[in-house]
Design a protein around this ligand. Structure first.
Ligand code: SF4
Ligand code: SF4
Length: 445
């Protein structure tokens, strides 16, 4: 179904997807909001419009649930606005709301009742995917990743093969069974932030680890289907990744991307596979901090003011809030925290696939892949507005960076790096952006 179409039957039948996700936790998110508005203050997208507050964005899913889970709305749906969208315009409005959420978790952290609107919006995306609404570029990546055909594109293959040949020159041993550490990167990390990958490799070598990595990308990033709400594609990629890890049989899976791959490997993968993992998941920063404690590593103090942008996934969700701060304080002479930090650190504004579908990214992907991405007029208008709103949503973070006076912003998420490069440029803030492993490797003694 194209972006221009509206298939009422498909839209209604997608309700089965939303209902499958109605467990006790979702029921709490659905029923217990008292409309206090506290979550709105922190949501990055409220700045782009009141209709993008967390509760408003989760409302379409509540409409579906009301239709099935509450007796009176079930009997009189028209009185409660319950049920599926009735027109293309209404469906388009729902998509617009669902793609104004980065799943950053700030609403959840702020809500006195622990309501995670981001999780509801994630289910809403799945509902919309079943209704035929996934942005085209996202769909292309989801399908290529699920069918394991990413490297059939000459542009993407060239990027990966070039990286592999440079890594071979560095002496990397690929696919080594029973290595203690398995480093998992992705095609996106190699393409967008290669310094992160080569920086991690330099750190592993310095630490003299017994480690290996795959010679083929296991995914575009983590399963990108999880961002689009495509559970089937996500399960296929998760199985492929899990089988590969089991074959290598490491004690640890190491990541340098602390964005959504981090929560995927730690929390989602075991749940999707339904097995207790035989490996632990660590971020490079944990290895570095341990080595610093043991005196195995030393840094030169980098000159200039340096700050840290905490990716929501590794920080707020994964709890790695202070480790990067401690390590960066060792590796720089003037480290400064941003105004919002720790659990309440502001989101960059581009997570959950937003930065990867906005027009500048699309143009970049067309160049890399040597092909044009077919977008209809309605979808183009949707993406243009999304880009404008993303810049508004990202402004609070850019303001904090400007106020900090830092000349270098370090982060550890491919998506945050990409978003910050667009937002800092848009607001004329001239800072160097560095991935954590890259920054640390450059300042090794
Ligand atoms: S998860 Fe983040 S972006 Fe999504 S609704 Fe909550 S605060 Fe807003
Ligand atoms: S903070 Fe919680 S209770 Fe208050 S409006 Fe937001 S979701 Fe509802």
């Amino acid at each position: 179904m194209s972006w221009e179409e509206f298939n009422a039957e498909k839209v209604r039948s997608a309700e089965a997807y939303a209902l499958r996700h109605l467990d006790s936790v979702m029921l709490h998110f659905f029923e217990d909001c008292v409309n206090c508005g506290l979550c709105e203050i922190n949501c990055p997208y409220t700045a782009a419009g009141e209709e993008y507050g967390p509760v408003e964005k989760a409302e379409p899913l509540r409409k579906i649930y009301r239709r099935h889970a509450q007796i009176v709305p079930k009997l009189f749906p028209w009185l409660f606005g319950a049920g599926a969208p009735k027109s293309k315009e209404e469906l388009d409005k729902w998509v617009e709301k669902a793609y104004r959420c980065t799943n950053c978790g700030l609403c959840y952290t702020t809500c006195p009742f622990g309501i995670h609107s981001g999780e509801m919006i994630k289910v809403l995306r799945g509902y919309l995917a079943k209704s035929g609404r996934i942005p085209t570029l996202l769909k292309l990546m989801v399908d290529a990743e699920a069918s394991n055909t990413l490297l059939e594109n000459a542009g993407l293959r060239g990027i990966w093969e070039d990286a592999v040949s440079k890594l071979k020159e560095e002496g990397v041993e690929f696919n080594k069974k029973n290595a203690k550490y398995l480093y998992i990167t992705s095609l996106a990390e190699v393409m967008m932030t290669p310094g992160s990958v080569f920086g991690a490799v330099k750190l592993f070598k310095k630490l003299n680890l017994d480690w290996t990595m795959p010679d083929k990308p296991l995914s575009m990033r983590a399963p990108i289907g999880s961002l689009a709400g495509d559970d089937e594609a996500t399960a296929i990629v998760a199985r492929r990744i899990y089988d590969y890890i089991r074959e290598i049989n490491p004690e640890y899976v190491v990541l340098s991307d602390g964005g959504y791959p981090y929560t995927f490997f730690r929390f989602d993968l075991p749940r999707i596979i339904g097995e207790k993992p035989t490996f632990k998941v660590v971020h490079v920063v944990e290895l570095v901090e341990e080595a610093l404690k043991q005196g195995k590593l030393k840094f030169k103090k980098a000159a200039g003011k340096v700050t840290w942008h905490s990716p929501c996934k590794m920080g707020r969700f994964g709890g790695l809030l202070e480790e990067p701060v401690r390590v960066l304080s060792e590796a720089s002479s003037d480290f400064v925290k941003l105004k919002s930090h720790g659990s309440f650190g502001k989101c960059c504004g581009g997570g959950s696939s937003i930065a990867c579908i906005v027009p500048p990214t699309q143009q970049m992907m067309e160049k890399v892949m040597g092909t044009s991405i077919p977008i209809s007029g309605t979808e183009k208008a949707f993406l243009d507005k999304l880009y404008k709103d993303m810049l508004v949503a990202g402004k609070a973070k850019v303001d904090e960076i400007r106020e900090s006076g830092a000349s270098v912003v370090v982060t550890s998420c491919v998506g945050c790096m990409h978003t910050l490069s667009m937002t800092t440029q848009a607001y004329g803030v001239n800072v160097k952006l560095k991935m954590l492993s890259e920054f640390l490797s450059e300042n090794l003694e």
